[in-house]
Write a new protein. Structure first.
Length: 349
């Protein structure tokens, strides 16, 4: 039991690193001289989340029970916060767009349609673009519920792996349309979700297996090299560059991050961040926008000074953003936990 508890703790630490990198990546996206760091982070941070989600996934429930849980945990918070963050744009219209540095005309009907579509591509989810991850995760879990049911027959796993890899390449390079509710992500980078599940099934996150220093550092080397050789990744726009390089960079660097988390073992601070990723995903963009467009000289330095200064300000903005998000999370959990995908606690709990 102690080993299982430790396993959960280091996965929470890995989730903390993943969300910190998400926030940091969004902060760096506004800066002009941090493109190398920005490109590096985007080469694996979403992959890391998908691997961890797959690792902790199980398909033991019957489908209707499974679907109900995912609707409450993922879909309800998505629509709730997608609608809530539309309110300022609805009230202030184009003046709000100007205040946030957007400058685009606000069309409520279009934004509602984009919300229903569940895609952040183009002008979709302007009110809070990181929300794109929730429908993508939902569709991935829905699809892989059936894939993992089939994978209970181990002899089918190699066949399924080949099919998933082929579908990923075909959809990356030949998919002519944008499908609703993140289905493009499920068909392309869902392969990382399945990889995470396989890591769990075959217990590869183990010192005696995958977690050997030579193996981890070889994976890291090829991961970093692949990230350098690939184009800039934009998961929200379904742009993965050379997919084989994205697979190498995503898996290689993610395994290294998870290994570091394993070595850390316990950290109440990081674990707290790791178990509150939903709140950070939902709220972090608010503070980042303030830093990016509403802080006068600080915003200018963050955008166009030099790589060192821009990185430092982005680190500060990320830290403040995460702290603010955690505060919001604690308050909302006490008032209305379903907003974070959590059930109300009974008095016994």
């Amino acid at each position: 039991m102690a080993e299982e508890k430790s396993r959960i703790e280091y996965l929470d630490i890995a989730k903390a690193f993943a969300i910190i990198l998400i926030v940091m990546g969004h902060a760096l996206g506004y800066s002009e001289h941090t493109s190398i760091l920005y490109k590096f982070i985007f080469s694996f941070h979403v992959v890391l989340f998908f691997i961890l989600s797959g690792y902790t996934f199980n398909a033991k429930d019957d489908f209707l029970t499974f679907l109900k849980k995912r609707l409450l945990r993922i879909v309800f918070p998505y629509f709730l916060w997608g609608a809530v963050f539309l309110i300022p744009l609805l009230i202030f219209g184009d003046s709000m767009s100007s205040a946030t540095g957007d400058g685009k005309h606000f069309d409520l009907r279009l934004q509602l349609l984009r919300l229903l579509m569940g895609n952040g591509i183009g002008d979709g989810l302007r009110q809070n673009s990181p929300l794109w991850f929730l429908p993508a995760l939902f569709s991935t879990q829905l699809l892989y519920y059936f894939v993992i049911k089939l994978s209970s027959k181990e002899k089918l796993i190699p066949v399924l792996g080949v099919i998933i890899l082929a579908v990923s390449f075909v959809c990356t390079y030949l998919m002519p349309v944008i499908l609703p509710f993140g289905l493009n992500s499920a068909l392309t980078i869902g392969i990382f979700f399945y990889a995470g599940w396989l890591f769990k099934k075959f217990e590869l996150f183990d010192k005696e297996k995958l977690f050997k220093i030579p193996v981890v550092f070889v994976l890291l080397f090829f991961g970093v090299l692949s990230a350098y050789r690939n184009y800039l990744i934009s998961s929200v726009e379904y742009k993965y560059g050379r997919l084989y390089l994205y697979i190498l960079s995503g898996v290689g660097i993610s395994v290294f991050v998870i290994y570091v988390s394993y070595l850390i073992g316990k950290s109440k601070f990081l674990e707290f961040i790791g178990v509150n990723t939903m709140g950070i995903l939902v709220f972090h963009k608010i503070i980042l926008l303030i830093f990016q467009v509403k802080m006068g000289p600080v915003s200018l330095l963050m955008k166009s000074s030099n790589a060192a200064v821009e990185t430092l300000i982005c680190l500060l903005a990320s830290a403040v953003s995460i702290a603010f998000s955690l505060l919001c999370t604690v308050v909302i959990r006490k008032i209305f936990p379903p907003a974070l995908g959590e059930p109300f606690k009974s008095k016994k709990d």
